[in-house]
Design a protein around this ligand. Structure first.
Ligand code: GTP
Ligand code: MG
Length: 459
């Protein structure tokens, strides 16, 4: 566990190559330690001021011209006295500065220690601290918005309020236990039942948003599947605007799966082009087809593409039976430019039978690309995002929420069936314990160690 009396330092800008790098210090001796190497006097420097000067090693040799930011205790990210040194981003310079700082009394920060200190010093709760990591890792607009929302409070405040109310009632119920002989009821059972139901509903709403949160955070896997020559690779290339996959009129062109990311409506879609599925004796093709099957399982949405100019209903039925059955899939007709009246009729018939609209794609139509992406969005994110104003994206949180819900269920049952106060109180306490672990009102060294070890050094 961290000792906040130490002054810690680390490179905050990772291994990124850029014009400048930032080295961070936090702890009671930050200014004093830097002062030993810095050419300007910082003894009267006010908080949030910048100072340009020379960073020198112990022999007085100039290492770099740097810009130093000063933050006083109570006014920094960690709430401790802090310094940020902006230097030129040569690895050599960074290492030399770190060496001097270590020699002058700093120690290297552990992974996530700056954020852990911010949490321990009450600057943020635990779920907000975790949001710092999410914010840094965010790769798409919605992932960024979600992390930012959580960093600014998100569902923590509401959870805290509900937990406070539960604490109040749990203590009343426990008080009753002290007067067991007298058969008194301090906690109004009806009110308590309402509260337990309210908390349970909220907890459930949060945990149900997890699949959406996970999709926003980690991207949505979408598999393009179908028979050989259906036009799967052509569609992938068109969406990516590059000749990523080989396209040819020889059936069985794609042997391996190809995965690429594309952003649409703030979401990262992981597109997977797969080998055309049919019965094959070719060993390599067979392996490719096995991979296609695996991708079908991985995908949140499977896009089944069929050539509208050659398909038969029997073929599609067979494929639905063979490999689409347990997946969430949509049908898409390709080679729309080759469609004749009869094709249109056949697809319309199929569409009616399937109970879904079947869009036509053609490489000749630029507009089809964004139409397909809109469909992917609607079928995966679109409906759900309207239902969830708060979104959970952290697996640890959802685990605690599920456990809290279990205990609340028990408490609810206990209240409804007039069970003894001590049993009800125990279930409520258990729910509070789980909720408290999300916000960090309850934390153990192990829990914190686990969470912050996943951070990088310098965060
Ligand atoms: N006219 C027309 N031809 C298309 C269209 N899309 C694909 N094709 C042609 O159909 C053939 C097969 O396309 P691919 O994209 O390689 O098909 P695939 O589904 O990836 O095939 P496999 O990798 O063999 O499973 C190629 O000759 C493409 O040029 C389209 O919209 N219109
Ligand atoms: Mg292909």
């Amino acid at each position: 566990m961290t000792n906040s009396k130490d002054t810690i330092c680390a490179i905050a800008t990772g291994n990124a190559i850029g014009a400048i790098a930032i080295i961070r210090l936090s702890g009671p001796n930050s200014i004093a330690i830097l002062q030993k190497s810095f050419s300007k006097d910082l003894s009267k420097a006010e908080s949030h001021t910048l100072h340009f000067g020379l960073f020198k090693n112990e022999e007085g040799k100039i290492i770099d011209e740097v810009l130093v930011s000063v933050f006083h205790e109570g006014k920094s990210f960690t709430s401790e006295q802090s310094i940020e040194i902006s230097c030129h981003s040569s690895n050599y310079i960074q290492q030399k500065i770190i060496e001097s700082l270590l020699r002058n009394g700093c120690r290297m920060a552990d992974a996530g220690e700056f954020t852990m200190r911010a949490y321990l010093n009450g600057q943020m709760d635990l779920s907000q601290a975790e949001a710092v990591a999410d914010l840094i890792a965010s790769q798409s607009q919605l992932a960024h918005e979600m992390a930012l929302k959580q960093l600014r409070g998100g569902f923590s405040n509401e959870l805290k309020e509900l937990r406070e109310k539960l604490i109040h009632f749990a203590s009343l119920v426990e008080l009753e236990l002290d007067f067991a002989e007298e058969d008194v009821e301090f906690a109004d059972r009806k009110e308590l039942l309402n509260l337990v139901s309210e908390v349970k509903a909220y907890v459930r709403k949060l945990s149900q948003s997890f699949s959406l949160g996970n999709a926003i955070k980690n991207g949505v896997p979408v598999a393009f599947v179908g028979r050989p020559n259906a036009g799967k690779s052509t569609v992938l290339n068109a969406l990516l605007n590059e000749e990523r996959a080989i396209v040819s009129d020889i059936p069985g062109t794609t042997r391996d799966t190809i995965e690429e990311n594309i952003h649409h409506n703030g979401i990262n879609f992981r597109l997977m082009d797969t080998a055309g599925i049919h019965s094959s004796e070719d060993t390599i093709e067979k392996q490719g087809i096995a991979r296609s099957m695996q991708k079908i399982e991985e995908a949140t949405l499977v896009v089944y593409l069929f050539d509208c100019s050659t398909f038969t209903e029997e073929q599609i039925e067979e494929d639905e039976l063979n490999f689409l059955k347990s997946s969430n899939y949509i049908l898409v007709a390709t080679k729309g430019d080759l469609a004749i009246d009869e094709t249109l009729k056949n697809v319309a018939k199929l569409s009616e039978k399937e109970g879904q609209e079947i869009p036509f794609l053609s490489i000749k139509e630029e507009a089809h690309k964004s139409q397909l992406l809109d469909i992917l969005y609607d079928k995966t994110i679109g409906k759900e995002i309207e239902q969830h104003s708060v979104i959970v994206s952290n697996a640890r949180h959802v685990d605690k929420l599920n456990k809290a819900e279990e205990s609340l269920d028990k408490a609810k049952y206990g209240l409804e069936s007039n069970m003894s106060a001590d049993l009800v109180a125990m279930d409520i306490r258990q729910a509070m314990y789980q909720i408290g672990q999300i916000t960090g009102d309850i934390s153990t060294d192990d829990l914190l160690g686990n969470i912050f070890a996943k951070f990088c050094i310098g965060k």
